[in-house]
Write a protein that binds this ligand. Structure first.
Ligand SMILES: [Zn+2]
Length: 53
């Protein structure tokens, strides 16, 4: 079971989480679902912390 750290969406199918994004912020691993990854791609590329979104 993988949980999106942004919207809280849960996915039990590992194949679907392949499109999810993992990022490390301040030493903690964060996981974002495909939707949040798309929505926040720009911010992530800018290496902004999720608090800024
Ligand atoms: Zn999400």
């Amino acid at each position: 079971m993988t949980t999106c750290d942004f919207c809280g969406k849960q996915e039990s199918d590992e194949a679907k989480t392949l499109t999810w994004t993992t990022a490390t912020e301040r030493g903690r691993q964060r996981v974002y679902c495909d939707e949040c990854s798309r929505t926040h791609l720009r911010a992530m590329e800018g290496k902004l912390d999720s608090e800024w979104w």
